[in-house]
Design a protein around this ligand. Structure first.
Ligand SMILES: NC(=O)c1ccc[n+]([C@@H]2O[C@H](COP(=O)([O-])OP(=O)(O)OC[C@H]3O[C@@H](n4cnc5c(N)ncnc54)[C@H](OP(=O)(O)O)[C@@H]3O)[C@@H](O)[C@H]2O)c1
Length: 260
């Protein structure tokens, strides 16, 4: 039994820090591959009220900082930790790195590669949201603002700019944008439907995080086909430590750890 601790016969436990499509895929794949041999706990922050369904054990809510997470790792006897949170979720990833170091828990980050610009793309890469907001008025006036609800505040001073914002769930707090339309939708989004959305709203600029991944690259491909510029907010640096770029590579890492 690959998931069994050979010394104690205890079923070993993997904690997946989730909230992304990759994390869901990984949780399903570990379930398929190791089934009842390995205990898999899938952790969500609890920010989305109707999260996508996963398999197995799910826990919801913050841990209480890196110390809270370290306590959780000890209490739940976590053997392996895979941080498959979003590349812009810097706080939880930093906590994961600190907590894993404090408890000696093997940790791997699953970070999908960022998108690469192709011929026909007109990207303007910026270091952060504040820089994106400064650049917007020079490039467009009707923007598709695809940056996550917490980052909308950076664009609140742009009173002349009309914004299209897509939400997964309705907002509970007012949005700090003067001229905006909200549409509801959960990925994946294909290029054709993204192109229709951009055309329908006469969008002349796309603003996005360099998230990477297939589920949300439709807007980038659609912008290229329409010849639209894109403001691409660069990723923050991840904490140091082992990292892989795909769920297959994360499964290989886990397999190696299970055998060691
Ligand atoms: N940021 C994005 O663009 C984005 C996009 C898609 C999905 N998500 C997902 O949304 C969630 C929150 O993202 P964020 O950017 O707000 O994170 P963040 O700023 O890095 O983390 C804020 C706090 O939320 C809690 N938290 C975050 N992820 C958690 C998880 N998977 N399980 C348990 N607690 C978690 C932690 O609270 P404590 O300190 O109390 O432990 C953390 O300190 C993550 O799961 C992420 O994968 C984020």
């Amino acid at each position: 039994m690959v998931g069994q601790d050979p010394m104690t016969n205890r079923k070993r436990t993997l904690l997946i820090l989730g909230g992304t499509g990759d994390a869901l895929h990984l949780a399903r794949a570990t379930e398929e591959k190791w089934g009842s041999e390995l205990r898999v706990i899938y952790s969500l922050a609890g920010v989305t009220h109707n999260p996508a369904r996963t398999v197995g054990e799910v826990r919801v809510g913050g841990f209480g900082g890196d110390e809270g997470l370290a306590r959780y790792l000890r209490d739940q006897k976590i053997d392996f930790l895979i941080d498959s949170t979003h590349p812009f979720s810097t706080q939880i990833s930093r906590h994961a790195a600190l907590a894993a170091a404090a408890t000696g828990t093997p940790r791997c980050a699953l970070l999908r590669p960022p998108w690469q610009a192709e011929a026909g793309d007109h990207w303007h890469e910026v270091v952060d949201m504040a820089a994106a907001a400064m650049l917007v008025p020079k490039l467009g006036s009707r923007i598709f603002l695809s940056v996550g609800t917490r980052s909308l505040q950076f664009f609140s001073e742009l009173r002349e700019i009309w914004c299209l914002v897509r939400l997964i769930t309705p907002l509970e707090t007012p949005i700090p944008l003067l001229r905006a339309k909200f549409v509801m939708g959960r990925g994946p989004f294909d290029t054709a439907s993204e192109r229709r959305l951009l055309e329908q709203h006469r969008i002349d600029l796309v603003v996005t995080k360099a998230s990477g991944g297939e589920a949300t690259r439709g807007k980038i491909d659609a912008a290229r086909t329409l010849g639209l510029p894109v403001v691409m907010v660069r990723r923050p640096d991840p904490p140091p430590g082992e990292a892989v770029g795909s769920t297959d590579a994360a499964l290989s890492w886990l397999m190696k750890e299970l055998k060691s």
